[in-house]
Write a protein that binds this ligand. Structure first.
Ligand code: NOJ
Ligand code: CA
Length: 563
């Protein structure tokens, strides 16, 4: 079946537990989603990506699945999901589900069987290895750390073996080298595609093929020392081709999450008619204020951010297609990281312009469109996320508690998981009862209801941006070119298609910035399409976090190929 035109679209991501509580138990659910579908459509997006909505013991809030073909009872039923799907389609929204097949929950029936012994039908569904012995001491098969908690191996006395878990202990990795496991995956894909789902966001899909020998990694690199041996592995392409064949039958779109995959490797998955993925979630743009993970913090560098933006824009140009994002459920809120809570409205809107107009399909995470910011909870006990709790207890333990907590405030992905702020009334309008997780105390000011009424709000700016993107061939499919890459507070890029050229100018500064049109643009010939301040400013000066979007005729713009 032919694929739909995902390139002209944009998507809204729902992390359901914190989106909207429709049945009054303090937990977001599909009843709440149903009621908010018109709101989502009103943003001007074309589809929804649901983070996992399946049954899960919630060791990793949905990313530990115990049944691939059902809905978590907290979130509703299959029947309710069908209602959401139909209504979403009725509103012109595509629906994409998370496909989490690198691992399951340790409570998945496959694992419960597999752990029983070496001779049952599921025994080879997971990655089991014998211990290493040093004298009398039992050691794990290699020295890998898991990304979430401690070592990557857990001993199972019933089998006398260890199982691999690249993430939490309760997330055993599936053995994708087993053809039966791949058939299971295809069955799961068909189950949802037959129901009418339009595609998948594929969780850490580049981890599913492990190096056959599982060799030791660098001993002193916590969290990711095994990465070179489980990322972009030897059989990945072959397995992705198998899954692609299923997706093709339905015209489904596949978006692969690919932490640390370099551009060159990415192109092998993303290029051409026989590509195995349509888009990739790269991590470079999430590392402008950290190394590898937010827990290893650095001061924000616009230069690093611009390099990451331009690297992906240039490398994929004419060959593949970018997925654009600045937030999702795995990262702290972007205003708190790359913008300014003091210049909340200005930086929230500027950041929208900085990424929505690049070449690619934008993803907007729930709450990003109203400028939600990081939460700062009073103690680690109030946090819910396994990786935040582990980071607090395991790293920098010599530092005082307050400092460690401050690092969690800055880095925790729980900041993206506080309940969505719908209104200024109790519990931010998310629920009628105490929600499952803390509401950000800024909800009386930062919420949908208030921002709906304000033409200058972040919410309405997102709407304007998405409308503008849809109306401009240059923004939809034009070439990308960056100007002044060395300016430390200014990001300027152009999109150009035939006679239309759009210039986006973004200040990343709390102070005024001088700027001028790059050489070759005819002065006075640009038409201002969008600005994030209500009144015009002074020519040549950008106000704090100001963003301008200007349209030129290509004949009034510099010649030369985009570089
Ligand atoms: C990436 C997901 O986005 C994240 O939330 C999850 O914890 C890991 N993969 C493991 O599934
Ligand atoms: Ca509920």
């Amino acid at each position: 079946m032919e694929q739909f035109d995902f390139r002209s679209m944009s998507f809204y991501q729902i992390w359901i537990r914190s989106f909207a509580d429709g049945n009054g138990d303090g937990i977001g659910d599909l009843y709440g989603v149903y009621d908010k579908l018109e709101y989502i459509a009103s943003l001007g997006v074309d589809g929804i990506w649901f983070s996992p909505i399946y049954p899960s013991p919630n060791a990793d809030y949905g990313y530990d699945i115990s049944d691939y073909r059902n809905i978590h009872p907290d979130y509703g039923t299959l029947e309710q999901f069908r209602k959401v799907l139909d209504r979403a389609h009725g509103l012109g929204l595509k629906v994409i589900l998370d496909l989490v097949i690198n691992h399951t929950s340790d409570m998945h029936p496959w694992f419960l069987e597999s752990r029983k012994g070496r001779d049952n039908p599921y025994s080879d569904y997971y990655i089991w290895r014998d211990p290493k012995w040093k004298g009398e001491t039992r050691l794990p098969p290699n020295n890998w750390f898991s990304q979430f908690e401690g070592l990557a191996w857990e001993y199972c006395p019933e089998r006398g073996q260890y199982y691999l878990h690249v993430f939490a202990k309760k997330q055993p990795d599936l053995n994708m080298d087993n053809p039966r496991v791949r058939e299971e995956v295809k069955g799961v894909m068909r189950f949802w595609l037959d129901m009418g789902v339009d595609g998948f966001r594929e969780d850490v899909i580049t981890y599913i093929s492990k190096h056959p020998q599982l060799p030791d990694g660098i001993p002193f690199l916590p969290g990711i020392n095994g990465l070179p041996f489980y990322k972009d592995g030897p059989n990945l392409m072959a397995y992705l081709r198998e899954f692609r064949a299923v997706a093709r039958e339905y015209g489904a779109v596949q978006i692969g999450e690919a932490p640390m995959t370099p551009v060159k490797t990415a192109l092998t998955y993303l290029t051409g008619e026989d590509r195995v993925l349509d888009m990739m979630i790269q991590f470079d743009t999430m590392m402008a204020d950290c190394i590898v993970t937010e827990y290893v913090h650095l001061p924000f560098s616009l230069i690093r951010l611009k390099r990451a933006f331009s690297k992906w824009q240039k490398a994929l140009a004419g060959k593949a297609w970018n997925a654009l994002y600045l937030e999702n459920h795995d990262h702290p809120r972007v205003i708190s990281r790359y913008g300014s809570e003091r210049f909340w409205r200005e930086s929230g809107t500027m950041l929208a312009a900085a990424y929505l107009f690049q070449q690619g399909t934008p993803f907007i995470y729930q709450g990003q469109e109203i400028g939600m910011t990081n939460i700062r909870l009073g103690s680690i006990e109030e946090y819910k996320d396994v990786s935040s709790i582990n980071a607090y207890h395991r790293f920098f333990t010599h530092r005082p508690k307050e400092k460690r907590l401050r690092r969690i405030h800055q880095s925790s992905r729980d900041s993206a998981r506080t309940p969505m702020q719908w209104s200024g009334s109790g519990f931010a309008g998310f629920s009628t009862v105490q929600p499952w997780f803390a509401v950000n105390p800024n909800y009386p000011a930062v919420n949908v209801e208030t921002e709906e009424k304000d033409p200058q709000s972040i919410l309405n700016f997102y709407r304007k941006c998405l409308r503008l993107r849809k109306s401009s061939a240059a923004l939809l499919k034009g070439d990308y070119r960056e100007y002044c890459p060395l300016r430390r507070r200014l990001y300027m890029y152009e999109r150009r298609y035939r006679s239309e050229c759009v210039l986006v100018v973004c200040s990343f500064s709390a102070r005024e910035q001088a700027w001028r049109l790059p050489k070759g643009f005819a002065k006075g010939s640009g038409v201002l399409l969008l600005c994030n301040y209500p009144e015009e400013g002074v020519p040549g000066r950008l106000r704090p976090y100001e963003a301008l979007v200007l349209r030129f005729r290509a004949s009034d713009a510099p010649a030369g190929c985009p570089g």
